[in-house]
Design a protein around this ligand. Structure first.
Ligand code: ADP
Ligand code: MG
Length: 236
């Protein structure tokens, strides 16, 4: 993105008021890069879901987010769009290493996120990789150092953090914990704590969950700073 365009985009985001953002209905209304909007449109996404409308503007403005919305409400785009835009805002390029880390409870869910990312991110030049086990560990290890966006399951990620010298997370810009309630249900609390305590603290963090349990709140306290709460789960 040209420096001037990037400055204009950042200015637009800074000037965007949350009152204004509440009235947005389409992805088109958001201050996003043309390349992201193209990817979103070509994937046939036009109108935002509630969780997308409520959390994307906050995330673009750099806030940490604790988001709750039931399954099927569109949480994937609610974090993937801010992830891509964050790297653009930071002028990230292919050679800058891992800028975004997305943690997902299962291999299947991680692969689904990866597929959506490939579609909506196809007009950007970032590289993305899966770290989910099952595949050859050496294969992952060899590629991991070249990735800009990593999507992984907790166990395999921690294994790479412990054993793969090629994995460098010291410049991480944004962390996503997706389906946090399920990650905890699957017994990954200790693994997550170990991963998070080894990440640079100056990052942005987004935590999404279908339910708001006590253990999700504990995790939020450990991983988020002054989070904005976005909850579209209530029936009122
Ligand atoms: P969640 O993670 O909250 O369970 P997903 O992100 O998996 O939900 O999305 C559920 C389904 O809704 C997917 O099939 C996805 O393609 C679709 N979807 C998400 N956002 C939109 C949107 N803005 N417009 C139309 N369909 C959408
Ligand atoms: Mg989901």
């Amino acid at each position: 993105l040209a420096a001037k365009e990037l400055e204009q985009l950042k200015q637009q985001i800074e000037e965007l008021s949350l009152e204004q953002a509440k009235l947005f209905t389409k992805f088109d209304d958001l201050p996003l890069t043309k390349n992201t909007l193209r990817g979103v449109k070509e994937s046939s996404y036009i109108t935002m879901t509630d969780i997308q409308r409520d959390s994307i503007p906050l995330a673009l403005k750099g806030h940490d987010i604790l988001g709750a919305a039931k399954t099927g409400s569109g949480k994937t785009l609610a974090f993937l769009i801010p992830v891509i835009e964050k790297l653009v805002h930071e002028n990230w390029n292919e050679f800058d290493g891992v800028g975004a880390l997305i943690i997902s409870p299962t291999r299947e869910l991680a692969m689904q996120i990866y597929e959506v990312l490939l579609k909506i991110g196809k007009h950007h030049s970032f590289s993305a990789g899966l770290v989910i086990g099952g595949k050859d560990y050496e294969f992952e290890k060899e590629r991991i150092g070249r990735m800009n966006i990593l999507i992984g399951t907790p166990g395999r990620l921690l294994q790479h953090m412990d054993q793969s010298a090629t994995l460098n997370l010291t410049n991480l810009q944004i962390l996503v914990l997706d389906e946090a309630d399920r990650i905890l249900d699957l017994g990954f609390k200790k693994t997550l704590d170990d991963i998070i305590s080894n990440l640079p603290p100056e990052r942005q963090s987004l935590l999404f969950s279908a339910t708001q349990t006590k253990s999700v709140q504990d995790l939020a306290r450990l991983s988020l700073v002054n989070p904005e709460y976005v909850n579209t789960s209530s029936d009122t």
